[in-house]
Design a protein around this ligand. Structure first.
Ligand code: PLP
Length: 400
């Protein structure tokens, strides 16, 4: 068993239990909480022991650029949660996305991705990969015909996020996985918005799943981190050596924070989702709000698909104010509890105006095509008392 493979016994336990106990290895002191191994390297009992470990004939850690006991606990806990054979942690979500895509592609290959991607993911797909001889085709991810039409003999990777940011569009993961496999390609899913608890891309046919652990997995706004999950064969073929030799490593300290974050992930996501549901309904009832987008609401354009592949609507709401940018600014500036920030998945509720922040680099026409209007706000719902959040949104509505 490699240091990154989950023990069989935990696989039968339910997610909340896996998230408290999964992946733990105890030192000789038998500590209750996971130990923080803040070390760069490891010492060997003898030259023979060092030789055996380097040859892979004896288990153990070699160097924290690619193997560390605290990071390994985080990787095993994530693999248990996601139901994958293997996982590798990275220093940020973008390190995970970049390594997952670069590791699968070489010059002459082709990638197809949904247009509605996190901004930096779009940079990797649209600007970075083509520089290394991997052309990209961007499609409307909700239109399966566009995925099919984009396939070429040399297409190796399909890449998507669902729900998307910030419009919360839903992409049919099972259908895109089938298109990928029919064409001899593999599907990678960025599962940040759904969280590992509400959507299992592997069960829908994905070959690789990536997370920014910066979001719900930390959940309290402290550390950046990322993780790549896949079969052991996939990790060995595409990921392990790339990470080992290029070094986008997760700090053991951040891995420790993220491990503790995983223990409370189900409680936090459940509460944030309860509040998000209430806030979405509250906003939808107000005349100044022209549209609310929240996947578990019946009026979400893809409600049925969302509920087929997700077990809840998530922790993020998008909504349009009839008064455009001016109304959006007035609304957000009137909030006291909800903070203005472009992050998400935090214990603190955060609001952002995509058109002037995360999506300001797009042309107004590109934004319009993507359904990102001047009056759209994205609200990441935190852990405050929902009544206080409703009062706060009411102050925003009153300012309209
Ligand atoms: C935040 C985010 C990323 C990037 O993660 P970092 O940890 O900030 O590098 C990638 N994809 C999605 C969907 C995100 O929300």
């Amino acid at each position: 068993m490699s240091a990154n493979t989950p023990p069989q016994s935990l696989k039968t336990l339910r997610p909340a239990t896996r998230l408290v106990h999964g992946g733990t290895t105890r030192s000789q002191f038998g500590e209750t909480s996971e130990a923080l191994f803040l070390t760069q390297g490891y010492v060997y009992e003898s030259m023979e022991a060092a030789e055996a470990r380097f040859k892979g004939e004896a288990p153990g850690f070699l160097y924290s650029r690619f193997s560390n006991p605290t990071v390994a606990m985080f990787e095993r806990r994530m693999a248990l949660l996601e139901g994958s054979e293997s996982a590798r942690a990275t220093g940020s979500g973008m390190a995970a996305v970049t390594a997952a895509l670069m590791g699968q592609l070489k010059a002459g290959d082709h990638i197809v991705a949904a247009k509605a991607l996190f901004g930096s993911c779009r940079y990797v797909v649209e600007e970075l990969l083509p520089r290394f001889g991997v052309p990209a085709t961007l499609v409307d991810g909700t239109d399966l015909d566009q995925w099919r039409a984009a396939m070429r003999p040399e297409t190796k990777v399909l890449f998507l996020e669902s729900p998307t940011n910030p419009q919360l569009e839903i992409i049919d993961i099972a259908a895109v996985a089938k298109i990928a496999h029919d064409g001899g390609a593999k599907l990678t899913v960025d599962n940040v918005f759904a969280t590992p608890l509400l959507q299992s891309p592997f069960e829908l046919g994905a070959d690789c799943v990536v997370y920014s652990a910066t979001k719900h997995i930390d959940g309290q706004g402290r550390c950046l981190g990322g993780v790549i999950l896949a079969s052991e064969e996939f990790i060995q073929a595409h990921i392990h050596n790339l990470l080992r030799q290029t070094g986008p490593a997760l700090s053991p300290f951040n891995a420790w924070v993220l491990l503790k974050g995983l223990e409370t992930l189900p409680l936090r996501v459940a509460q944030q989702m309860r509040s998000a549901t209430a806030l979405a309904d509250h906003l939808a009832a107000h005349a100044g709000v022209s549209r609310v987008l929240y996947p578990s609401r019946k009026d979400h354009p893809q409600h049925e698909l969302a509920m087929r592949q997700m077990s809840g609507g998530g922790t993020v709401i998008a909504f349009d104010l009839a008064g455009g940018k001016e109304a959006a600014f007035r609304f957000a500036n009137a909030l006291q509890i909800v903070k203005i920030s472009n992050n998400l998945g935090d214990a603190k509720s955060l609001i952002t105006h995509p058109a002037t922040t995360t999506h300001q680099r797009l042309t107004p026409q590109m934004r319009a095509e993507s359904g990102i209007g001047e009056g759209m706000l994205r609200l990441s719902v935190g852990l405050e008392d929902v009544e206080d959040l409703i009062d706060d949104l009411n102050a925003g509505l009153a300012a309209l």
